[in-house]
Design a protein around this ligand. Structure first.
Ligand code: FES
Length: 106
């Protein structure tokens, strides 16, 4: 299975295996990644799965659509790297993806 690394603000790293097709929010919650809450269950409605995509992976993960951009407006600390993990589906092409966790979700 392809692997993804989540990095906390203090530099603590969590490398997990993710089933292809699964969202990175689902994988994070299943693996108890701190700070990924996923309150809406992946409906792109809560913004509690905010992550930062590292710059070198930006082209692989693509841009958020208009709905995702709208929800991100309510997230804390949003910048050009911001994505909602529930909108990122795992593929083999994302093997080795690095995601950084925000300081907080609200
Ligand atoms: S889980 Fe609610 S927006 Fe991602």
């Amino acid at each position: 299975m392809p692997r993804v690394k989540f990095v906390e603000t203090d530099g603590t790293e969590h490398q997990i295996e993710v089933i292809e097709g699964q969202t990175l929010m689902e994988a994070a919650v299943a693996n108890l990644i701190p700070g990924i809450e996923g309150d809406c269950g992946g409906l792109c409605a809560c913004g509690t799965c905010h992550v930062y995509v590292s710059d070198d992976w930006h082209s692989s993960t693509g841009e958020p659509d208009e709905l995702e951009k709208g929800i991100l407006e309510f997230a804390f600390g949003v910048d050009a790297r911001s994505r909602l993990a529930c909108q990122l589906h795992m593929t083999g092409a994302l093997e080795g993806l690095v995601l950084y966790l925000p300081e907080r979700q609200y």
